[in-house]
Write a protein that binds this ligand. Sequence first.
Ligand code: SF4
Length: 298
Amino acid sequence: MKDIIQNGLQTWLASRGTALGDRSETIGASEIGHCGRMVIERKKIAQTFDNPITLVRGYVAEEIVEDFLKQAGFKPQCQMEIEIPPFKIHPDLVFEGANEIAVCEIKSPGRLPSEPHRYWRDQVTLQMGAIWMQKQKPVKGGVICLSFIDGPEFWPLTFDEQRYSRLLDKGLYLHQCIKQKETPKAEPGESCWFCPVEIKKNCFFANEDTTRELPLLDKLAELRGQIKPLKAKEEELANQLKEFLKDIPGNAVKTANHTACLETRVTTRVDSKTLKHDLPDVFSKYAKVSKSEMLRID
Ligand code: SF4
């Protein structure tokens, strides 16, 4: 009996895989946020499902959530395909209004994380960007999480254009690696938790991220963790002070220690998105490629 069920699960999952097409030569939105080396190397391994229940759980969660939303009166478009060559992107749910559009990804982890994983946010960012490019409407996003142990959760996400642009670049890099049969650089981090053993055993970084100590990195990560809430607090106080100054004659105030004034500055900038869309030739003639270094710490 157990074998019948196991075989049935494998066949059912294989048929779902076929429905999504051959992904050995393409890169999906759910893959771009992961370690590039793992993503490409995993495509070379024969497709077997070590833990089919986890995958089945994902499909079941999608069907349950879609059903509940429809019963609640929403009319989401499910599994829409958006093409941003060379990528095809499939958000689980798309809600289209007259003036704005929203995408949602459904996840079903064993336990609820305290916040959405970075690679979930990357996936939704790619979906938001793709739909924003296609529909030319303001876009919002979110992750619906259905943990069969901890229950449901919803995290709204705002669109970050720079993050989208970085992810697109990474996707293009991985696409190029597939075409030119190159091995992408390894990106040790969260992906190492579920990197297949066959890939991990050949990876120099496989055991590094958990065993090695680097106080400088720990200190910097701690400092960044402290700066984030301080930045939010700073913004909140600045907004309060701006509101206060709006009602003061001259929009300025002087105290024993400081002065503050509210000034209006007008700047003119080229709307590069619209220019790229309306006059692509002009855009590419004047576009300048610049490189900068970014230190990402997860
Ligand atoms: S072990 Fe980590 S760094 Fe190495 S390929 Fe796997 S995910 Fe990437």
